[in-house]
Design a protein around this ligand. Structure first.
Ligand code: PMP
Ligand code: GLN
Length: 375
């Protein structure tokens, strides 16, 4: 009997595959199509002939752990213990999986805020625990009344994602005050903060759980070099957690992958000395503004985008079709692949919205917009 009977091929794989088959412009799965920084590829090319090909220590290449501690201090003014509070993971996905497997017991409940990214539920189910879906408000802000109602003594984790995939929404200070109150009221509750788009925010600076000392002892953050350095295929990221939680997370990591591939750890640790990760926000803000301007000429209605490299648009005044049907039609008839927003809801909540990834070169975005003009 299947342990995950409702899990099938992900919408990201499905839409990317359709895009390839139909020779469509792929703005579905989130990945950049422009070249990676040559300084990084030069480092990799040099390292290939150096002695960096064997296992690193289980929790990560020590100089990389140090650079992450420095980055965390620089970005968030938080001092973390290099050896005990940081773990290099095979992408944020493995960090999230290891965290949930390590901390969630059978019959515990875990709160997921919908719409949500797809990798949270499976590890919860594999722990024989219960995902509790709480809908965000219509403007995709957290609904604190509903969250409080859904939390109880048996709630082990609340998973938050800020900046948010797919909506591009970011959390306010008040959201964190509410979260702190919730954590205060429920002594067993831990926060799993998915911050993979932490360096991709626009008008407002990112607020991290690392800015909130009251949460430090009760939360885990997950980061992804894939997003921050345009290298999604490298599958490398990291988790920061207080030592008592990290000890448990490392036990799972040890037997899931043991350690992450050495060459990318060494390359990133060198690259962190020369890259300015803080400039990522303005880089993507230009792309966002460029793409939004192009889409103004279409009949699509654009929702606000405060962070991430995703733009959500409503097609309600173009078609009555459900969003999956509409997205498939967009690929086959218009030649542009997107992600239907209903796929980010556990119960497939109907929406008339699709998600575009604008982490693409200008030519791709212009060509996509030209095609979308035909709608
Ligand atoms: N969380 C969110 C919100 C994401 O969008 C992604 C990747 N798209 C991940 C986690 C996984 O990141 P990684 O590729 O580093 O595993
Ligand atoms: N995170 C990517 C997205 O949201 C998808 C990654 C994947 O395909 N697993 O598009």
């Amino acid at each position: 009997m299947s342990k995950l009977p409702n899990v099938g091929t992900s919408i990201f794989t499905m839409m990317s595959q359709m895009a390839n088959e139909c020779n469509a412009i792929n703005l579905s799965q989130g990945f950049p199509n422009f070249p990676v920084d040559k300084r990084l590829t030069d480092i990799v090319a040099r390292l290939a002939s150096e002695n960096v090909h064997q296992y690193t220590p289980m929790s990560g290449f020590p100089p990389l752990l140090e650079k992450i501690a420095k980055l965390t201090q620089h970005s968030y003014q938080r001092v973390v213990k290099t050896k005990d509070e940081i773990l290099i993971t095979a992408g944020a996905t493995e960090g999230i999986f290891a965290t949930i497997q390590a901390l969630v017991n059978a019959n515990n409940e875990v709160i997921i805020l919908d719409p949500s990214y797809d990798c949270y539920e499976a590890p919860i189910l594999l722990s024989n625990a219960k995902p509790i879906r709480v809908a965000l408000n219509n403007d995709f802000t957290p609904n604190w009344k509903k969250i409080k109602e859904a939390t109880n003594e048996n709630t082990k984790l609340i998973i938050i994602n800020n900046p948010h995939n797919p909506t591009g929404k970011t959390w306010t200070k008040n959201d964190f005050v509410q979260l702190e109150k919730l954590v205060d009221s429920f002594p067993n509750l831990i926060v799993l903060s998915d911050e993979v788009y932490e360096y991709i925010t626009f008008e407002e600076a990112h607020i991290s759980i690392h800015h909130r000392p009251k949460l430090w002892n009760r939360s885990i953050s997950v980061s992804s070099f894939g997003k921050s350095f345009h290298i999604t295929g490298w599958k490398i990221g990291y988790v920061i957690a207080p030592e008592y939680l990290m000890t448990e997370i490392k036990k799972v990591h040890q037997f899931l992958v043991f350690s992450v591939n050495s060459i990318s750890q060494v390359a990133i640790s060198e690259y962190l000395d020369i890259v300015d990760v803080q400039s990522l926000g303005s880089f993507y803000q230009q792309k966002r503004d460029f793409f939004r301007n192009l889409l103004k000429e279409t009949k699509l209605e654009l929702l606000p985008c405060e962070g991430t490299y995703f733009q959500v648009a409503s097609y309600a005044n173009i078609s009555n079709k459900d969003d999956l049907t509409f997205a498939k039609q967009l690929v086959t008839e218009i030649g542009v692949a997107t992600i239907p927003i209903s796929s980010f809801y556990a119960n497939g909540t109907a929406t008339k919205c699709i998600r575009f990834c604008f982490a693409k070169d200008d030519t791709t975005l212009i060509q996509a917009a030209e095609r979308l003009m035909k709608l």
